[in-house]
Design a protein around this ligand. Structure first.
Ligand SMILES: C[S@@+](CC[C@H](N)C(=O)[O-])C[C@H]1O[C@@H](n2cnc3c(N)ncnc32)[C@H](O)[C@@H]1O
Length: 405
C-alpha cells in the first residue's frame, strides 16, 4: 500500500479532534469525508478505517510510540508511524517519518502484546472491571472480539418489502448480502459498502441495525393494535422495528429525554412509511405519570456503558470512566422502578442494554424484582449475548410480566 499525503493529513486531523478535543469518532469521520469531493471509495475507506483502527489501539500505539496525551501533531505522526509499521506499510521519506525505529516498534509490540490491557488497548479500570464481572477467561475473549471490525447488518422493513426483494434490489446496485439463520429480518453485507447511497435505502426498504439489536423488539411479543411505550427510544432503531412487527397498527409512544434524537426518529419514520408513532419528550415526570397502568407493552432500552458495542464505538473506551459507570447504574435502577409503572396489569416489559456486564443486566433485574415497585412483576426469560460467541454485538434483554391486579 502507498500512503497518500492528503489522506494521511486527514487522518492526523481526525485523530487530533478525537484525542485532544474529545470529539466523537463517527462525527469526525463524517466531516473528514466531506473534505475532498474527488476522493473515491478506496480513499474514504482508508481514512475511516485508519482513524478507527488507531482509535481502537490508542493505548498500545501510544505506549509503543512513547507519547502521552495531550498529543502534539508530531506525536500523532509517531503514532501513525507505529500503525503503518505494524501493518507492514513502507513509510515514505516525509519529514514526519525520519528516524522511525521500525525494529524497536516491532519488539515493543511483541512485548506489550503479552499484557491484555495493552494488547487490547483498554484503560486499567476497564480491564479490572471486566475480569471482576465476567472472569478472566470470558473477558479475555470478549474484549478481543470487541477490537474486531463489526459486520454491516441490515433489517428489512417488512412494511414495504420482503427480505428476498431487498436482497435482489441491492444486488442490482452491486451490493451482495446473505441471510442470517435465526434472525428473520436480517441481511448481512458480504463486503462493506455505503448502503446509505442506495435506492433501496432512499425508498425506506431497510435500516442498518446489528443482528443482536434486532432480537430486542421481537422479545417484547408485540401484536398489531397494542399500545406500546418505547421509553428510551433515541433515534428509534427499535421503535421502527416495533412498528414493522405491529404492521403499522396500534400505537407506539416513543419517548426520550433528548428532543434532537426524537427528531431523527421522525425523519426515519417518514422514510419507513411508519404512521403509528407518537413522540414525547420526557421533560418532567408528567409524561410518564400520564401513562401509568396504560401500556400493553413497555420497552426500556436503557442507557448503559455500551461495553457490548465497542466494535462500533471504539472511542467509548477513552470516554467512559468509573464514575460514569456508577451513575449509569443508578439511572438504570431508577428507570426500572419509575417507568415500569406504565405497564398495565397483565402487560409485559423488556429491559435491554448493549452491555455485557451483569451489574447492568441480570443484577438490575434481580434487584428490581425484589423491590417494592417490582413485586407485581414476574420474570419470564432473559438472553445474554456475548460478541465472541455470537459474532454480533454484546446485548442483554429480559422479559417481565406484570401480574393481573
Ligand atoms: C441505548 S440508547 C437507545 C437506543 C434506541 N432505543 C435505538 O434502538 O436506537 C438509550 C437512550 O436512552 C436515553 N435516555 C437517557 N436517560 C433517559 C431517561 N432518564 N429517560 C428516557 N430516556 C433516557 C438516551 O438519550 C438514549 O437515546
Amino acid at each position: 500500500m502507498r500512503l497518500h499525503r492528503n489522506l494521511c493529513f486527514a487522518v492526523i486531523d481526525g485523530l487530533h479532534l478525537i484525542f485532544n478535543e474529545g470529539d466523537y469518532a463517527d462525527k469526525v469521520i463524517q466531516q473528514l469525508l466531506k473534505r475532498d469531493k474527488r476522493w473515491g471509495s478506496r480513499d474514504r475507506g482508508f481514512i475511516a478505517e485508519t482513524v478507527y483502527e488507531i482509535v481502537r489501539y490508542k493505548r498500545l500505539y501510544s505506549e509503543i510510540a512513547d507519547v502521552k496525551a495531550p498529543y502534539q501533531r508530531d506525536n500523532l505522526w509517531r503514532i501513525f508511524a507505529v500503525w503503518a509499521t505494524l501493518k507492514g506499510i513502507k513509510l515514505p521519506d516525509w519529514k514526519y517519518f525520519t528516524d522511525t525505529p521500525s525494529r524497536k516498534i516491532k519488539g515493543r509490540f511483541d512485548e506489550l502484546s503479552k499484557i491484555r490491557k495493552f494488547k487490547e488497548s483498554i484503560p486499567d479500570w476497564m480491564d479490572d472491571l471486566g475480569v471482576k464481572e465476567l472472569g478472566e477467561a470470558i473477558w479475555t475473549k470478549e474484549i478481543a472480539m470487541q477490537n474486531e471490525q463489526a459486520d454491516v447488518i441490515l433489517r428489512v422493513n417488512t412494511l414495504k418489502t420482503t427480505k428476498k426483494d431487498l436482497q435482489q434490489q441491492l444486488q442490482s446496485e452491486e451490493i451482495e448480502t446473505e441471510f442470517l439463520e435465526g434472525y428473520p429480518s436480517a441481511l448481512k453485507l458480504t463486503e462493506r459498502a455505503n448502503v446509505f447511497k442506495t435506492e433501496a435505502f432512499k425508498k425506506g426498504w431497510f435500516e442498518v441495525q446489528d443482528a443482536s439489536s434486532q432480537l430486542v423488539a421481537a422479545y417484547l411479543e408485540v401484536k398489531p393494535g397494542m399500545k406500546v411505550v418505547d421509553a428510551c427510544a433515541g433515534a428509534g432503531g427499535k421503535t421502527l422495528h416495533l412498528a414493522s412487527l405491529m404492521e403499522n397498527k396500534g400505537q407506539i409512544i416513543a419517548m426520550d429525554i433528548y428532543e434532537s434524537k426524537l427528531k431523527k426518529l421522525k425523519v426515519r419514520a417518514k422514510r419507513n412509511d411508519v404512521h403509528n408513532i407518537e413522540m414525547k419528550v420526557i421533560d418532567s415526570t408528567k409524561p410518564i405519570k400520564k401513562l401509568y397502568d396504560k401500556a400493553d407493552r413497555l420497552l426500556i432500552d436503557a442507557p448503559c456503558s455500551g461495553l457490548g458495542v465497542l466494535r462500533r464505538n471504539p472511542d467509548a473506551k477513552w470516554k467512559l470512566g468509573p464514575s460514569f459507570i456508577e451513575d449509569i447504574k443508578k439511572t438504570q435502577a431508577e428507570l426500572l422502578s419509575q417507568y415500569s409503572r406504565m405497564v398495565k396489569p397483565g402487560g409485559k416489559m423488556v429491559y435491554a442494554t448493549c452491555s455485557i456486564l451483569p451489574f447492568e443486566n441480570e443484577n438490575q433485574i434481580d434487584s428490581f424484582l425484589t423491590s417494592a415497585e417490582g413485586k407485581n412483576f414476574k420474570f419470564v426469560k432473559d438472553k445474554k449475548i456475548l460478541a465472541h460467541k455470537s459474532g454480533f454485538d454484546g446485548f442483554y434483554m429480559a422479559l417481565l410480566e406484570r401480574s393481573e391486579d
